[in-house]
Design a protein around this ligand. Structure first.
Ligand SMILES: NC(=O)c1ccc[n+]([C@@H]2O[C@H](COP(=O)([O-])OP(=O)(O)OC[C@H]3O[C@@H](n4cnc5c(N)ncnc54)[C@H](OP(=O)(O)O)[C@@H]3O)[C@@H](O)[C@H]2O)c1
Length: 299
């Protein structure tokens, strides 16, 4: 049975940027909420968000916010605490209202001023890049989200996001910094690794376009192997084979070019790679001692 619009909770979004407008649209399209106020400090940004979300009212003053059942604070991380304090200073009755933010780093403790007034507070972080909100509308389903905070609200958010096709798991608020660090290493450092590899290919006189053609299938295949079979099974190459001569040739090549940072990166990740290789084939750990010594050398 389709629920009538009148029974749906009203969602207000404070900070109607990439995450705010995308989640507003997805939750509305899924028939989970009706949209109330979409707030940005710049009214043009708020209007763009309303246009993208397909409903709601553009607002650029806290005094003009409508009452709502559910509040998403999708301002930048550094502005969440201030936004929560400002909302707590409005005349809205906060008892039993539901308020959440989407920071991967911070917990629901940032929403304490609202919790003190009886609001149920939580943080829900989608492990998803909202860089292109249009693409997120189709890509969001199957995103994994972590949630912590008031149990009733965590349950409600789990229902809402599962209705979008997402999977929701609980996280310990004290683990959020490590959790967010892990996401950053995987997503942002992968970019840095690919950029480093492209630069080394250019130093070897291979242009950017050919460099991408070399890396794209190699990296995609490696990612598939990691996620299908695990890091130990996915590892190939000189460290897996305990081939000290090849590793030495790489370090020599890096020492003759202007690549001090890249050489440091090669040695640091090499040490981690040795531990993965030793987990995969512990019987060859002694053969890798010479490689470990190369990585420890200061050049
Ligand atoms: N982007 C992602 O891929 C992603 C993924 C997961 C979680 N998150 C989290 O989602 C939240 C929002 O990120 P986002 O990428 O959507 O940010 P964003 O695109 O920069 O949007 C931020 C919104 O907040 C408003 N805003 C900026 N500074 C403000 C302030 N000081 N006070 C009030 N409003 C302010 C902005 O509009 P005005 O400048 O007009 O005020 C804009 O509407 C963050 O907690 C972030 O960690 C982001």
């Amino acid at each position: 049975m389709t629920r009538g619009t009148a029974q749906l909770p009203v969602l207000n979004v404070i900070g109607a940027g990439k995450v705010g407008m995308t989640l507003a649209r997805l939750l509305r399209d899924a028939g989970q909420v009706t949209l109330g106020s979409l707030f940005s400090r710049d009214i043009d940004n708020a209007r763009s968000a309303v246009q993208f979300a397909g409903d709601g009212e553009a607002v650029d003053e806290f005094d003009n916010l409508r009452p709502a059942d559910l509040w998403l604070l999708s301002v930048p991380d550094g502005a969440i605490a201030t936004a929560a304090s400002r909302l707590a200073g409005t005349p809205f009755p906060w008892r039993d209202r539901r308020v959440f933010h989407c920071s991967g780093l911070h917990s629901s403790a940032l929403l304490e001023p609202l919790a003190r007034q009886g609001a149920l507070v939580a943080s829900l972080h989608p492990a998803h890049s909202f860089a292109n909100p249009g693409a997120s509308l189709t890509d969001f389903a199957s995103t994994l989200c972590t949630v912590e905070g008031a149990a009733t609200l965590c349950g409600r958010l789990t229902d809402l996001f599962e209705a979008l096709g997402a999977k929701v798991i609980a996280i310990n608020p004290e683990s959020k910094a490590l959790y967010h660090c892990a996401n950053t290493v995987a997503s942002n450092y992968l970019v840095s690794l690919m950029a480093t590899s492209l630069e080394l290919l250019q130093a070897a006189d291979i242009g950017e376009s050919d460099g991408r053609a070399i890396l794209a299938p190699l990296v995609r295949q490696t990612l598939d192997n990691i996620f299908n079979f695990g890091p130990e099974a996915a590892l190939t190459g000189p460290i897996a084979r305990a081939d000290v001569n090849t590793v030495k040739a790489h370090l020599d090549a890096l020492s003759t070019s202007d690549a001090h940072l890249q050489a440091t990166l090669y040695r640091m990740l090499g040490r981690i790679t040795v531990t993965i290789a030793n987990r995969a084939t512990p019987e060859r750990a002694d053969d890798r001692l010479a490689i470990e010594n190369l990585f420890r050398e200061q050049r």
